[in-house]
Ligand binder design. Structure first.
Ligand SMILES: [Zn+2]
Length: 385
């Protein structure tokens, strides 16, 4: 059994720990492996939240995570009374939201086992929210298991991380991602190899790219930008192109989700209901949802720009490899000729500066700098020789 762990790619070193913890938690005895606060860290795309959710399933499933039973399935869809998956749409998790969550999970588990909270973005807790969470984690004798996820240990308050068992996920190898795309998603070997390579071990992104022609053609446009930076005017144009493409991609994604959510909410309140209380209640909740959606849309655009900048960085990374004479492991092997001719006209020192400029721009964006202005400044730097 324990099929839920099969979805985790390249994480064998932590799967064993999770499996034996789930087994221990079942025996009822004071277990070696089981503890009630866990912290999953790993780079984007390594699957830290998938690992946490799989562990939640293993804890509540009668077969230790078969993936097919009622318990396993309802845990993922949010229908299980003892499993809460907290996905943050906004930029932060505020203390009010956390208090509300604590009230919700204060009850004893309905099925007699564990009550489990998966928090996908523990790095977004505000300081006061983190302190409220800390108190809950420290509470003795509770049947609540906290599965927190964050990119790195440093993204979580030291007081919290010291009380959690820490599991570090790895970036899966390109080969491992390629195999999953071929076997699980029926993607052709050539496409799987391309998508795994350019996504650098980010499984979600690799699949998205492999199955979406528009995303691939957008990526091609982005990857041509370094070759079109002959003048400052072209640099400004390139910045606009990058921001436009990223925004368009993010908007398409969020519109789809927004519509579905509002529909679901209206259904829950009875669409077309005429009762006065019903109407004002629904209107208020829809308004709140729209506010959340707006903040998520902003975040998606930022994520999308960040993804485009990461792609751009791989161009200069490859150019650098060619300049120092090791061109075997190019990420963009499909563009080898173009990158070679770029590399021939420049020197490795200036290429390194360009990679650094991209890293700096990503950091600025992560700290809420204005996207277009940041990209314009970056493109002007990249246009310099
Ligand atoms: Zn199951």
């Amino acid at each position: 059994m324990s099929f839920v762990f099969d979805e985790l790619v390249g994480q064998e070193h932590i799967i064993d720990i999770l499996k034996s913890a789930a087994a221990d938690s079942r025996t009822g005895s004071e277990s070696q492996e089981m503890t009630h606060a866990w912290l999953f860290t790993g780079p984007p795309g390594s699957g830290r939240s998938s690992a946490a959710v799989a562990f939640a399933q293993a804890l509540i499933c009668p077969n230790q995570g078969c993936g097919t039973c009622n318990e396993c399935q309802s845990a993922v869809t949010g229908g299980h009374p003892d499993v809460e998956i907290i996905r943050t749409e906004g930029l932060s998790i505020k203390v009010e939201e956390l208090r509300e969550l604590l009230t919700r999970v204060a009850w004893a588990p309905s099925m007699g086992g564990w009550r489990i909270v998966v928090m996908e973005d523990a790095d977004r807790l505000t300081e006061s929210a983190a302190n409220a969470l800390l108190k809950a984690i420290e509470e003795p004798g509770t049947r609540t298991v906290w599965l927190l996820c964050a990119p790195t240990l440093h993204d979580v308050l030291p007081t919290i991380r010291s009380r959690c068992r820490h599991l570090q996920l790895r970036t899966p190898s390109i080969e491992a991602v390629t195999q999953v795309l071929i076997k699980r998603d029926n993607i052709s070997p050539t496409m799987a190899d391309f998508a795994a390579r350019v996504s650098q071990g980010h499984i979600g992104r690799a699949k998205y790219l492999a199955t979406n022609e528009l995303v691939r053609s957008n990526r091609r446009v982005i990857m041509q930008l370094p070759l079109q930076l002959g003048s400052l005017a072209e640099a400004f144009l390139a910045a606009q192109t990058l921001v436009d493409i990223a925004t368009e991609e993010a908007t398409a994604l969020s519109e789809l989700r927004d519509e579905r959510e509002i529909e679901k909410l209206q259904e829950a309140y009875g669409k077309g209901a005429t009762g006065r209380g019903m109407a004002t209640g629904a209107a208020k909740v829809v308004k709140e949802l729209e506010k959340e959606q707006k903040s998520r849309a902003t975040r998606l655009v930022r994520d999308s720009i960040d993804g485009a900048l990461l792609d751009l960085a791989t161009f200069y990374r490859d150019a650098m490899l060619i300049q120092v004479g090791t061109a075997e492991a190019l990420i963009n092997s499909d563009m080898q000729k173009q990158i070679e001719s770029y590399a021939a006209k420049s020197i490795s020192h200036s290429t390194i500066n360009k990679v650094n400029a991209i890293i700096e721009a990503r950091e600025k964006l992560a700290h809420n700098s204005a996207p277009l202005v940041t990209c314009e400044a970056l493109m002007c730097q990249l246009a310099r020789n």
